[in-house]
Design a protein around this ligand. Structure first.
Ligand code: 6PG
Length: 250
């Protein structure tokens, strides 16, 4: 029981190696889910870090039977049109979904168009998620997350009320304290933490301090950083490079 509560660290010397190893791990977990359930569900994150990992996933998604059955979701989205350079869907589409020729029926993006505001878009995504067959005790087979300089993950920012949401699976975030400063839609901890495997991807020296803080043992009475609060029901794995792991204790 305790094992899945303790994140496992996979550290490669360089970011390219981290992307390659993370992609291979994700492919293995998705293939296993497909073998067990006939389909696999993955939640994608945004930001700059995952693009190389997405690129390494193109081949398995395009050339395997199981890859042709993976369903894609998002852990968060900016409240912008899908064509905006800020769109997390746009990033995944250009680096993974389009190159892998993923069937649009298997792409379940957070639709912002036509929604009055981020909460309304979150409401719509919640309805979509709850209509997915078998979504409940388990949400995603793999949830891929990043960590921001303040320790946020998805669009769950330190101190934000969204972190306290224990019923809903998606919610709106009015003011993102980290760039881009646009409203967001984010999955909540209950939704993310019903994933079988949670992966946190972090590379680069600028992430070393926040990675150390996030992975530090919990201190009595001190709120854990959002990225430290995401954990899979079966496992939580942090994929790092030497630079982002540089401040961790030996
Ligand atoms: C987003 C992401 C966010 C991201 C972190 C890290 O919408 O921005 O989902 O949680 O993972 O901000 O971003 P970088 O990879 O760019 O450092």
């Amino acid at each position: 029981m305790v094992d899945q509560l303790i994140p496992r660290l996979e550290v490669q010397p360089l970011p390219e190696g981290t992307a390659r190893v993370a992609a291979a791990f994700i492919a293995e977990r998705l293939e296993r889910a497909d073998r067990e359930n006939g389909r696999a569900r993955m939640a994608l994150c945004g930001g700059a870090t995952p693009a190389p990992t997405f690129a390494h996933l193109v081949e398995p998604m395009r050339s395997t039977a199981w890859g042709g059955r993976v369903e894609f979701y998002w852990g968060d989205e900016r409240f912008v049109p899908s064509g905006s350079p800020l769109s997390n869907f746009g990033l995944a589409s250009s680096t993974l979904l389009a190159p892998a020729r993923v069937d649009p029926d298997r792409i379940h993006r957070i639709v912002t168009e036509g929604a009055a505001n981020a909460p309304a878009a979150a409401e719509r995504y919640e309805t979509l998620l709850r209509a997915q067959p078998g979504f409940g005790a388990t949400t995603f087979d793999v949830a891929l997350q990043g960590i921001g300089p303040d320790g946020h993950t998805a669009s769950l920012f330190p101190g934000d009320p969204a972190l306290q949401e224990l019923q809903r699976w998606a919610t709106g975030v009015a003011d993102a304290p980290q760039a881009p400063h646009v409203p967001r839609i984010t999955l909540t901890l209950p939704a993310l933490n019903r994933s079988r495997t949670v992966i946190v991807l972090a590379t680069g020296r600028e992430k070393a301090s926040i990675v150390r803080q996030a992975l530090a043992p919990a201190c009595e009475g001190v709120a854990r950083l959002p990225a430290a609060q995401v954990q899979g029901t079966e496992e939580t794995v942090w994929f790092l490079d030497a630079a982002s792991a540089a401040s961790l204790p030996p």
